[in-house]
Design a protein around this ligand. Structure first.
Ligand code: GSH
Length: 214
């Protein structure tokens, strides 16, 4: 097959790619890489992605890493239906929302960061959860305030069209829920999440639907 996705069911950055591909109707051959089993550190995977992170997309014989860059690549290679708006202000807004999640929230609670807190600094489960919840709350509070002030949201983060911003928001809400962090205090985020989850591209690619889910 011309397209292959290296994914793990619980990886939120892989989930971003699964949504984008489903939304655009692009099929792919999945390769399941288990993070708990450290399969992303195996020599075979490292040869494909020296950064040893998921996801990895192979399309038309080329390898692509970094989920936000991949989504923008897909949008340029396969423009319909679009995931980025046509106007530059709109694109800037969508990148801002995506980066609040992708650059400010996700990295602080990534697997290797939580592991390092435990192994290097002796954090127990309670301390690790406290770290996690702190950065989730800080991130969602900032995101909710940004969305409210920007006044550009509608059914989704940008008006009534699905964009890369929604594709970042939904997996982050799933991540938060795994650590019992609710979005009840963030009505805009909660509303966008619920409306996205009514769409097949989001619902049918969520972690529990994946063949590697356990
Ligand atoms: N900025 C990267 C982040 C990739 C990333 O951190 N992926 C996680 C899974 S969600 C991972 O592979 N973690 C492995 C680890 O932390 O060891 C992207 O958006 O693709």
């Amino acid at each position: 097959m011309q397209r292959q996705l290296y994914t793990f069911f619980r990886s939120s950055t892989s989930f971003r790619l699964r949504i984008a591909l489903a939304y655009k109707g692009l099929d792919y051959e999945p390769h399941y890489v288990s993070l708990p089993k450290m399969e992303h550190h195996a020599a075979g995977y490292q040869a494909l992605n020296p950064q040893r992170l998921l996801p990895l997309l192979i399309d038309r014989g080329r390898r692509y890493t970094q989920s936000l860059a991949i989504i923008e690549y897909l949008d340029e290679a396969y423009p319909e239906p679009p995931l980025m708006p046509r106007d530059i202000e709109g694109r800037s807004y969508v990148r801002t929302v995506s980066q609040i999640i992708g650059c400010e929230m996700h990295p602080l609670n990534n697997v290797r960061v939580l592991k390092h807190l435990k192994t290097q600094f002796g954090a127990d489960d309670a301390a690790t959860r406290a770290w996690y919840s702190h950065w989730i709350a800080e991130g969602f509070r900032g995101l909710e305030d940004y969305l409210r002030e920007a006044r550009r949201h509608g059914a989704y983060c940008l008006g009534d069209s699905v964009t890369m911003a929604d594709i970042c928001l939904v997996p982050q809400v799933f991540n938060a829920a795994r650590f019992d962090c609710s979005v009840d205090d963030y009505p805009i985020i909660k509303g966008v999440f619920e409306r996205c989850m009514a769409l097949g591209a989001f619902r049918d690619t969520q972690p529990s639907t994946q063949p590697d889910a356990f």
